[in-house]
Structures are given as structure tokens and as C-alpha cells.
Design a protein around this ligand. Structure first.
Ligand SMILES: Nc1ncnc2c1ncn2[C@@H]1O[C@H](COP(=O)(O)OP(=O)(O)O)[C@@H](O)[C@H]1O
Ligand SMILES: [Mg+2]
Length: 477
């Protein structure tokens, strides 16, 4: 790698391959974001006012405008050392607001959600969990010009040879890959380890790929658009046939977080492939990232930034159920807020006055100690009416590609008004399964009716059990 060779010779644990392989960067948390995929931003006008609905957000205008002010403060660097605290009932859009703030801060800004109770683990210190989340919320955009072979795969032939070690089996001795661009074609003879990488990336003829000349790392860019099909919805990305020569210099942009860098350097540097990463995870349990290592990573990062090859992208750390943190964590949080490279911190809770965890007698608003509250801008989220719930349900149905028959929207909105926004949204998927079972591709009112026979919303469920004395009241057994 060109960039690293210029940094002062590899000091202690941060080895020359300080960057994690792209495949190892975390996307485990993306599943928490999926239910909010219809939210594209806060939907504010240029003068900071919220339209009744915009950018996928329905209603909640006061909170959206307040969050818009926070975005402005962050952008003008006047929000350091502070935090945004969202308070409101479950399902009123607190998580959605936090995500919208991160969208407003820029494209590809890291968003690191966590839940307060995640800090309680037997393996890792509480404060360590918080520190890690903060590191995961700081992105690094690395631009490097690398020598690559890029093109559409026209041929992929592994060549086999007798295995000299076992009399019977055969091994791959090399692999022939044909690459095509607008300008020409080239045949490459590649090492068998690269063939393994090709298999893992599930590359087939017709994909556009590039192979880094120095490291042999293979990356699949997408499918060549000559193969584009006519489906309306597809997970495949189609890319045009690359221009220029197959062998060329290409500017590659990689987005990683400081957390990724810490983790990649904490575990022994095995191969670059995912299996060795998995292997080291299984062997050593959760790897410990020390403060020393973090400082080393910071030093390398600073080197990158000074040379202009990388850019720091501060993101958002979102701590849901913040009342679950204890006094030790809150104190540490204060310290983290003060640190020079802190991301934007958004906290959320649905508690009113509560005991601060880890103390015996300190009751404070939202279960958050006053010294931290002092640093917070507090924004309240309101409940929704039937019409607003209906609009959000319609948005979700569009995103999930579900068709709603006549009267269904009204019916779900009604359920949502009795239960909550989240309950209403959660009816969609099972109802679509019921519709599928009856051989329809459209959800009808009867599906919702059947859902109500099968499942209960929380309020109904609680009253049922209250009435006959509860599960341990004797009647049930
Ligand atoms: N005003 C809104 N506009 C659009 N979608 C919303 C709105 N409020 C909530 N949602 C959606 O409703 C669901 C529940 O909201 P969520 O943000 O998880 O609530 P909370 O975090 O307050 O419990 C999510 O799928 C969210 O995207
Ligand atoms: Mg939430």
C-alpha cells in the first residue's frame, strides 16, 4: 500500500495492513436500521421549518424542527461537549429521528446505534462497550490510487494439477481470468489464493470486478449492465462496462470506522479473508482493544489525514434506553463527550423520573444524572393520530412492496391508534403472509381480522391476564 509506506515505520501493534479487509467492516447493526428505510432525512425546508410530511417523515413537526436546529449546531461546530436527548413514548419515532439526523449530516455518515443495556456483559467492561460505540461512530474516508486490473469477467477457468502432498486429490495450480473493458481484453493468470477470494465473492462470468495488483484483493463492483434484466425490484447492482485499459491506476474510496481499524488491529493479522477473521473470533472470544492500541490507531489515522489520503467523518452514536446505563457509565459518558474526536451523541428514553442506576437514592428526570442532563438539549416526541399512522403504514407498504386492498389501511391505522405505531407497522408482514397463504398477493381486511384472532396487542393482552388472575393465579393450571 502506497499510503502506509510513507508513515513513519510501523510502530508497535499497528501493522502495515492497518486497514481491515472491506468484507470485515461491520454491517451487523444494519438490521436495526431496516425498519426505518423509508426515512431519508428530517424533511425540512431551507428556512428550517418542517412540512407536514417530507423525506419519509410524517407529522412530529416540532421534534423535527428541533432536530434540524441540532443539525445546524453540529455543522457549525457548536455542539461539541453536548448531547441530544429524545424523550417520548415507545413507537413515536425517536430512533427514526436519530437516523434522520445522521442522514442530514451528510452522505455515508456512520450511524452507530446501541441500547443502554448492551453495556452489561460479563466479558467486557461497561465503559469499554461505550468507548467502542463511540469509535464506531467516527468514520474515515480513505482515498487511494492503486494499480488494478478491472473489467467484465469473460472467462474464469481454474487449472488443476496433481497434488504433490496427497497422492489422490488435485489442487488448483492457477486460475485464468479474462477481463474485458470498452477498450480491450486481457487474460490474467492468477494465484490459487485469489481463486478462493473469487469463489467467496461469488464472482461469475459477466460480473465487473477489479483485482488489486499489489495485494491480489478481489472486489466485485457489480453485474455488467449487458446482463441487466427487466425485473422491477432486484438486489443486484448493474454497472457499465469499464472504460480505459484493463490494467490501470484507479482511485479507490474506502469507508471504515475507527472501530473497524481497532478491531482489525486487535486480532492477530491472519489472512485477509473472512475465514481467518472468523477463526480468530471464535478462538479468542471477544478481542480486547486496549487504550494503547487506540492511540496507535489514532496516530496512523493522523498520518493519513496529514498526507491528505484520508478524511475524518464524524458520525452519530445513538444510545437508546439511556436510563439503563448506570452512574459509572454516565460519568464515563461525560468524559467521552469532552474528548476531541467525539461523534454527535443522541440519547433516547421513554422514562419519566427514575432512579439513576447504580445509586440507591438519586432520582432524576429520565433516570439521567443532572450533570449529564445539563449538557443535553431535550426534545419530546408526540403521539400520532389515526391519519398519521395510516400515512406511515402506506409508506412502509410501498417500501416493502405490499399491496393493500380496500379498507385495509383504515383498519390497520385503527389498530395502531389502539396499540401503537409500531404495532400497526408490525401487522404488515404477518398479514402479507396470511394473504399469501390464501393465494392472494394483496392484503385484505379479513387478513387483519384473522391476525387479531391469532395475536393480541399489548393492552388487550394485559387486560386479559389481569381479569383471570394471571398465569400463576391457579386458574390457568
Ligand atoms: N413520524 C414518522 N414518520 C414516519 N415513520 C415513523 C414516524 N415515527 C415513527 N415512524 C416509524 O415507526 C416505527 C417505530 O418508530 P421508532 O423510531 O422505532 O420509535 P421509538 O424509537 O420512539 O420507539 C419505525 O419503523 C419508524 O421508522
Ligand atoms: Mg427506538
Amino acid at each position: 500500500m502506497k499510503a502506509t509506506s510513507a508513515t513513519p515505520s510501523t510502530s508497535a501493534p499497528v501493522a502495515h495492513n492497518a486497514l481491515p479487509p472491506p468484507s470485515a467492516t461491520s454491517n451487523a447493526r444494519s438490521s436495526r436500521i431496516a425498519p426505518h428505510s423509508h426515512i431519508k432525512g428530517l424533511g425540512l425546508t431551507s428556512d428550517g421549518l418542517a412540512a407536514p410530511d417530507g423525506a419519509g417523515f410524517i407529522g412530529q413537526t416540532n421534534a423535527r424542527e428541533a432536530c434540524g436546529v441540532v443539525v445546524d449546531l453540529v455543522k457549525s461546530r457548536k455542539f461539541s461537549g453536548r448531547a441530544l436527548l429524545l424523550v417520548g413514548a415507545p413507537g413515536t419515532g425517536k430512533t427514526a429521528l436519530a437516523l434522520a439526523v445522521s442522514h442530514e449530516l451528510g452522505n455515508k455518515v456512520p450511524f452507530c446505534p446501541m441500547v443502554g443495556s448492551e453495556v452489561y456483559s460479563t466479558e467486557v467492561k461497561k465503559t469499554e462497550v461505550l468507548a467502542e460505540s463511540f469509535r464506531r461512530a467516527i468514520g474515515l474516508r480513505i482515498k487511494e490510487t492503486k494499480e488494478v486490473y478491472e473489467g467484465e469477467v469473460t472467462e474464469l477457468t481454474p487449472a488443476e494439477a496433481e497434488n504433490p502432498l496427497s497422492g489422490y486429490g488435485k489442487t488448483v495450480s492457477h486460475v485464468i481470468v479474462g477481463l474485458k473493458t470498452v477498450k480491450g481484453t486481457k487474460q490474467l493468470r492468477l494465484d490459487p489464493t485469489i481463486y478462493e477470494a473469487i469463489l467467496k465473492e461469488k464472482i461469475v462470468v459477466g460480473d465487473v470486478i477489479y483485482v488489486e495488483a499489489n495485494t491480489g484483493a478481489v472486489k466485485r463492483v457489480g453485474r455488467s449492465d449487458a446482463y441487466a434484466s427487466s425485473y422491477d425490484l432486484e438486489s443486484e447492482t448493474y454497472v457499465p462496462l469499464p472504460k480505459g485499459d484493463v490494467h490501470k491506476r484507479k482511485e479507490l474510496v474506502q469507508d471504515v470506522t475507527l472501530g473497524d481499524l481497532d478491531a482489525a488491529n486487535a486480532r492477530p493479522q491472519g489472512g485477509q479473508d473472512i475465514m481467518s477473521v472468523m477463526g480468530s473470533l471464535v478462538k479468542s472470544g471477544r478481542t480486547e482493544v486496549t487504550d494503547k492500541l487506540r492511540r496507535e490507531v489514532n496516530k496512523v489515522v493522523k498520518g493519513y489525514v496529514d498526507q491528505g489520503v484520508a478524511e475524518v467523518v464524524p458520525g452519530v452514536v445513538f444510545i437508546d434506553e439511556v436510563h439503563m446505563l448506570d452512574i459509572e457509565c454516565f460519568t464515563y459518558l461525560n468524559a467521552l463527550l469532552e474528548s476531541p474526536m467525539a461523534p454527535t451523541v443522541i440519547l433516547a428514553t421513554n422514562r419519566g423520573n427514575a432512579l439513576v442506576r447504580g445509586t440507591t437514592d438519586v432520582v432524576s428526570p429520565h433516570g439521567v444524572p443532572v450533570d449529564l442532563l445539563d449538557r443535553c438539549l431535550i426534545v419530546k416526541t408526540d403521539g400520532y393520530n389515526r391519519e398519521q399512522i395510516g400515512k406511515v403504514v402506506q409508506l412502509r407498504a410501498n417500501v416493502e412492496g405490499l399491496k393493500l386492498g380496500p379498507g385495509v389501511l383504515e383498519r390497520i391505522a385503527e389498530e395502531g391508534e389502539r396499540g401503537s405505531m409500531r404495532y400497526a407497522l408490525q401487522l404488515l408482514t404477518p398479514a402479507s403472509i396470511l394473504a399469501g397463504l390464501s393465494g392472494r398477493n394483496q392484503i385484505e381486511v379479513e387478513d387483519i381480522g384473522e391476525m387479531n384472532e391469532l395475536f393480541l396487542d399489548a393492552k388487550t393482552s394485559a387486560t386479559n391476564i389481569g381479569a383471570d388472575g394471571g398465569f400463576d393465579g391457579g386458574k390457568m393450571w
